[in-house]
Design a protein around this ligand. Structure first.
Ligand code: SF4
Length: 327
């Protein structure tokens, strides 16, 4: 860690204590630290490949049509939601396996059917962290103050630039809904973070001082820079090379070290190390229990939790999973 990053971390800790619930701060802090400590312990024990984040796709449905969305259009119109038993049992199995950080994904994971269901899992597991990875549409249009009592819930809002850029990628009112959602969630003292997909055509904008300050000013404590991977569905191939992405991240790191925002990338880990090994080791489950290891390859199944245990599935894909994280 660069000494200047300690300044940023200090400011972030101060603003988090000031702006968010101390219980949330403690739960998310402990579970995040658990991830790192557990990983080191496993390595000392000769085991390297356990996932530490479990992304659960609670529905494939989403009414938006963002450019480059990983969810194929044919399943994005399906309103089915995950079975309650599968949701709860997969979480308890992952918990036994040492996973404490969970994401609710979609499609769009926040609608009137998925919220009551996912809150059952949240209430049953008050010491695990749950993050809704959302486009903010539902929050912007509804009163979600009932989330205030759930200290183990945070929100990851999708934002790919200022209004013109963001809405050209994510559709009409996507930007204003995220901003409205961030206001409401901040007033509830929830931990909010931004998920920013970085492409050739928005990197100058989202890596600018103005944009980072805009996130900080609007209460975002954490940003995940997702390297856009072209899946053939977008009009343009805006994918950056890994080399270009890591070079630009290095420049960004230098210019933002003292800012009060935690930064992480989906493939190069956090801003303290930029190592693939420090990235979240995520595993995903679809609504039918199918496990996949790449968000972008939502239909590439590696096993099914209705038929096999997580441990069995991971054993069978050990090599592939460890290659992904460069062990
Ligand atoms: S909001 Fe998410 S799930 Fe919906 S279309 Fe956009 S990227 Fe896909």
């Amino acid at each position: 860690m660069h000494p200047q990053q300690l300044i940023g971390l200090g400011k972030l800790t101060y603003s988090s204590i000031k702006d968010t619930s101390p219980y949330s701060f403690a739960i998310f802090g402990v579970n995040y630290a658990h991830r790192g400590i557990n990983r080191r312990l496993l390595r000392y024990g000769g085991e390297d490949i356990r996932p530490d984040v479990f992304g659960i796709e609670v529905t494939n449905y989403c009414s938006r049509v963002c450019e480059g969305c990983y969810v194929p259009e044919e399943i994005r119109n399906d309103m089915e939601v995950i079975d309650e038993h599968l949701l709860l049992s997969s979480i308890s199995q992952a918990k036994k396996f040492g996973i404490r950080n969970f994401g609710f994904l979609g499609g769009e994971p926040m609608n009137k059917h998925t919220i009551p269901l996912t809150l059952k899992a949240v209430s049953k597991n008050p010491l695990l962290s749950f993050v809704y990875c959302t486009n903010g549409d539902y929050i912007a249009k509804n009163d979600v103050s009932y989330f205030q009592k759930h200290n183990n819930v945070g929100f990851l809002l999708s934002l790919d630039g200022f209004e013109d850029m963001n809405d050209s990628i994510r559709g009409k009112n996507a930007y204003s809904n995220v901003m409205d959602a961030s206001k409401q969630l901040s007033s509830l003292r929830k931990i909010i973070s931004a998920s920013v997909t970085v492409r050739d055509n928005n990197i100058d904008e989202v890596f600018s001082d103005d944009f980072i300050n805009h996130l900080i000013d609007n209460g975002f404590k954490y940003v995940v820079w997702i390297k856009y991977k072209h899946n053939g569905s977008g009009i343009n191939n805006d994918e950056l090379s890994d080399e270009e992405f890591i070079k630009r991240l290095g420049d960004l790191k230098k210019s933002t070290m003292t800012k009060p925002i935690f930064q992480q990338t989906n493939i190069f880990g956090d801003f303290f190390t930029f190592k693939r090994r420090s990235a979240h080791h995520t595993i995903y489950m679809g609504i039918e229990g199918d496990i996949h290891i790449d968000r972008e390859e939502i239909l590439s199944h590696r096993g099914n939790l209705n038929k096999n245990t997580l441990e069995e599935i991971l054993k069978s894909i050990r090599k592939e999973y460890s290659t992904k994280y460069n062990f």
